[in-house]
Design a protein around this ligand. Sequence first.
Ligand SMILES: O=C(CO)[C@@H](O)[C@H](O)COP(=O)(O)O
Ligand SMILES: [Fe+2]
Length: 215
Amino acid sequence: MAKLSPSILSADFANLKEEIEKIEEGGADYIHLDVMDGTYVPNITFGPPVIKKLRRTTKLPFDVHLMIDKPERYIKNFVEAGADLITVHEESTIHLHRTIQEIKNYGIKAGVALNPSTPLDNIEYVLEDLDLVLIMTVNPGFGGQSFIGSMEGKIKKLRQIIDERNLNIIIEVDGGVKLDNAKEILDYGADLLVVGSEIFESEDIAEKTKAFKLL
Ligand SMILES: O=C(CO)[C@@H](O)[C@H](O)COP(=O)(O)O
Ligand SMILES: [Fe+2]
């Protein structure tokens, strides 16, 4: 069964509590929280105070995707807000190894995200320290974009590396995941799918979440 992390980026921000209840009802495994700072990506969303309030509304684990410049400045704030898993972009932090260690020292899971143009080689020497690798299948910043086809090879290659080395790393795929391509993406080797617009822009959020869970 597919693991699912619905992204609230496309949710109704005036009714987040209700929207979260619907994905919970549909069987979501995590909630994906897209944090954007207007510098690392050309969009601004929300930060630790919003996440802290949301923490009281659900027991689902918080999958926090940081699209911010120099994320090491704010790891503590996101941990205190209730993150269970923090993913930083490889391109956003100079001392990636140190940033990963900082996240893990708080006793939560650490992930690294790669933009579409960033090679897997860039995480070669931190792979053993990671709980998760997030493959961006769109350029980060916005929901509702189309899956970039060449990411198929990247997901497959990462699956091969993880299996060959027997590593315990989740492959998360984020961007342009829809009901009609999700099965293929799982077959490439993804473990965890992020879905934003396809779930939150649908008529029935709980039913749509269930449909992904049945894949
Ligand atoms: O990180 C991001 C965008 O930068 C994503 O998490 C999007 O929110 C996914 O949205 P869809 O592509 O599924 O609409
Ligand atoms: Fe994301």
